[in-house]
Design a protein around this ligand. Structure first.
Ligand code: FO1
Ligand code: CA
Length: 309
């Protein structure tokens, strides 16, 4: 049946790739966070969309997880020579993606359409959908004031302590026809929350009221994979963020955060001792190093959705 996956960038894209290897392309829809998006050099930069598209296309930079493989940096070198802003590294071919997207959006195309065209051009078979065509912008509230997401993440290297998060535009952002159609698929089999950052990558998607309502009214099980393994986060600022928000860095905190939206919660085998016999918990190897790891986790997630253990 049809599978919907929700994800952010690097961590979530790994499971999206695993799912893309076990679910037929026409049956897989990946809904991607747009809260990290911003304007840079006047261009529309969509880091999580591009990370997912490049990953599914087999074109992602394996060292960084973001940007493209085999990238060149002539643009950034020239920007630096001119005394321009070099804190955010836009490679030459990545720049092309942003330029094409910006031009199409300026001509009135929707982000969903532009993303589909870019994904198809790079050879991606499944649907990659922005969470909304309307702008949603993650704002990080810190002791140093409110920071745009990329200023916090790349500019400040996540150093400022987080007091809170908000998603400007989310409350009025609409669900696209393509997202609505995915949830209306008669053979919907599973909704997957990838092991992305719940607060920075999944919450900006769930903050869109119409999208949250579609999930709440789901006719298929929702399976979430814990991004916390062995008491910490595998990647990024999640563990630091949870500590700053006064939260215990455990899978249980993440499950409580998602609450009733989750039917099945997948813990890594390292956390099997935390499983107890709570009916929603399952255990599977969830640390994805190789492609085989991604495929194996995708198979486990789908088996759990079908009611297995
Ligand atoms: N992340 C960085 O840590 N440093 C960068 O210079 C950087 C550039 C960049 C350019 C294009 C793009 O699509 C992503 C980029 N990222 C960079 C990643 C970006 O900050 C994402 O928001 C992270 O993946 C956070 O999820
Ligand atoms: Ca992200």
């Amino acid at each position: 049946g049809t599978v919907i996956a929700l994800c952010g960038g690097i961590g979530g894209a790994k499971l999206a790739l695993g799912l893309a290897r076990v679910v037929p392309a026409e049956k897989l829809t990946v809904i991607v966070n747009t809260g990290d998006d911003f304007r840079h050099f006047g261009l529309a930069v969509c880091p999580d969309i591009d990370t997912v598209v490049y990953t599914l296309a087999g074109r992602a930079n394996p060292q960084t997880g973001w940007g493209r493989a085999g990238e060149s940096w002539r643009f950034m070198e020239a920007v630096g020579e001119l005394g321009g802003e070099t804190w955010f590294a836009l490679g030459d071919t990545d720049l092309a993606t942003c330029a094409v997207r910006t031009a199409r959006l300026a001509d009135g195309a929707r982000l969903t359409t532009v993303t589909a065209d870019i994904a198809r051009a790079l050879g991606v078979g499944c649907a990659v959908l922005p969470a909304s065509d309307d702008a949603v912008r993650t704002v990080v509230e810190t002791a140093d004031g409110d920071l745009a997401f990329q200023t916090y993440f790349v500019g400040c290297r996540c150093a400022p302590a987080i007091r809170g998060l908000r998603f400007d535009g989310a409350a009025t952002a609409r669900v696209s026809p393509e997202v609505a159609a995915a949830f209306a698929a008669p053979d919907l089999e599973a909704i997957v929350l990838c092991p992305s950052n719940p607060y920075l990558s999944i919450d900006p998607i769930l903050a869109i009221p119409g999208l949250r309502a579609l999930i709440a009214a789901r006719r298929a099980p929702l399976v979430a994979v814990s991004p916390i393994v062995g008491g910490t986060a595998l990647k990024g600022p999640l563990a630091k963020l949870m500590a700053e928000l006064g939260l215990a860095v455990t899978p249980a905190t993440v499950l409580a955060h998602y609450g009733d939206l989750v039917d099945v919660f997948v813990l890594d085998t390292a956390d099997a001792d935390q499983a107890g016999d709570a009916p929603r918990l399952r255990v599977a190897p969830s640390v994805m190093v190789t492609l085989d790891d991604r495929i194996a986790l995708a198979r486990s997630v789908l088996a759990f959705a079908r009611g297995g253990r």
